[in-house]
Design a protein around this ligand. Structure first.
Ligand code: NAD
Ligand code: UPG
Length: 331
């Protein structure tokens, strides 16, 4: 029997793009998801879905017993940073505790490789707004802390057992499948590019710029927006890296280029052709002025090269997806 990859959270925004790329490149994939924020029809190649919660250790164990997973890609998590401030235990439970349970199961079943969805939020407010993998790790909310704790559990587990890992620290993931088969679907998403597209579609009356007095070129927040297709392909490169004996490590996944909120909004207006209403509001608590990746390591170690490094293209794909989604019957 050929090796099978387990993808937790594979029905979500990022997981579903990775599942598609894995299937398209000939891997056998099984998805484990409780559909809390995911959608089964995001699995466009008929991949097997185990509908269960990660906290259900019996279901998890059954899944590992009936498939021989060589590799686990772990996306399932709660992901809203501001919510984590008011509901910290939801984040330590779903992100940290469930990762612990998953790691125990992996060790029990002798999984060889583990690829973890981490986040730039582990850096908090990096000096100069630029974060390298060796920058200080100082998350400023429970979401970031829950992810950093998971990284550390993973590091220590792999040091003690015969399992290798890569933790991918994503910067600002945006855009959608260029063929609009899948994209970000969470109705209450707060991500800038999604919210701006919704404003252009008339689904929101306006969009707010949170802070215009940052020490950035135009006063608004600067982020490193990465196309979901490039982010997804980083996982396949990380997998090959581990298969070829690469050492466990964390890798940033970004382009190393910052764009401001105003730049993003102007491009969404251009791409959509809609001059939606923009208002200026106070800074959102917990937002760094600038968060941009030092992104050399992943290219050097895995050979990953971005193919969609163009903000207008990211926005065009997001716009196509949001327009399609808005026309679908409500689920
Ligand atoms: N979206 C971003 O901008 C971003 C940035 C950095 C890191 N990440 C990380 O990437 C991963 C995926 O994020 P996403 O944007 O695709 O989120 P998402 O909410 O679209 O996907 C999460 C998936 O996990 C499933 N899930 C959640 N808890 C589960 C549980 N207990 N048991 C089983 N399934 C469960 C959900 O149903 C969903 O399908 C997360 O780990 C997140 O922390 C995301
Ligand atoms: O309606 C909005 C939404 C956002 N912003 C600004 O836009 C930028 C980007 O914000 P957002 O899209 O919400 O992303 P971040 O807060 O940067 O966080 C994302 O990117 C992080 C990694 O960089 C991940 O850890 C998080 O999970 C993910 O939500 C920030 O300057 C926000 O202040 C606005 O001005 N108005």
């Amino acid at each position: 029997m050929s090796e099978t990859i387990l993808v937790t959270g594979g029905c979500g925004y990022i997981g579903s793009h990775v599942v598609r790329q894995l299937s398209e490149s000939g891997h056998r994939v099984v998805v484990y998801d409780n559909l809390s924020t995911g959608f089964p029809n995001a699995l466009v190649n008929g991949e097997e879905l185990i509908l269960a919660d990660l906290s259900d250790t019996a279901a998890l164990n059954d899944a590992f017993q009936s498939h021989r997973f060589s590799t686990v890609l772990h996306f399932a998590a709660a992901i809203i940073a501001p919510e984590s401030v008011s509901l910290p235990l939801k984040y330590y439970g779903n992100n940290t505790r469930n990762t612990l349970g998953l790691l125990e199961t992996c060790v029990r079943h002798r999984v060889k490789r583990f690829i973890f969805s981490s986040t730039a939020a582990v850096y908090g407010f990096p000096e100069g707004g630029v974060a390298a993998e060796e920058s200080v790790l100082a998350p400023i909310n429970p979401y970031g802390t829950s992810k950093l704790m998971s990284e550390w559990m993973l590091r220590d587990t792999c040091a003690a057992h015969d399992m290798k890992y890569v933790a991918l620290r994503y910067f600002n993931v945006a855009g959608a499948d260029p063929l609009a088969r899948m994209g970000q679907r969470t109705p209450e998403a707060t991500h800038l590019i999604k919210v701006a597209c919704q404003a252009a579609l008339g689904m929101r009356e306006r969009i707010a710029i949170y802070g215009t007095d940052y020490p950035t070129p135009d006063g608004t927040g600067v982020r490193d927006y990465i196309h979901i297709e490039d982010l997804a392909s980083a996982h396949l490169h990380a997998l090959t890296y581990l298969e070829q004996g690469g050492e466990p490590t964390a890798m940033n996944v970004g382009y190393g280029r910052g764009s401001s909120v105003r730049e993003v909004l102007n491009l969404v207006k251009e791409v959509s052709g809609v001059d939606f209403r923009v208002v200026e509001e106070d800074r959102r608590p917990g937002d760094p002025a600038s968060l941009v990746a030092r992104a050399e390591r992943i290219g050097e170690l895995t050979g990953w090269k971005p193919r969609h490094n163009d903000l207008r293209g990211i926005i065009a794909d997001a716009w196509r997806w949001e327009s399609k989604l808005a026309a679908l019957p409500k689920q």
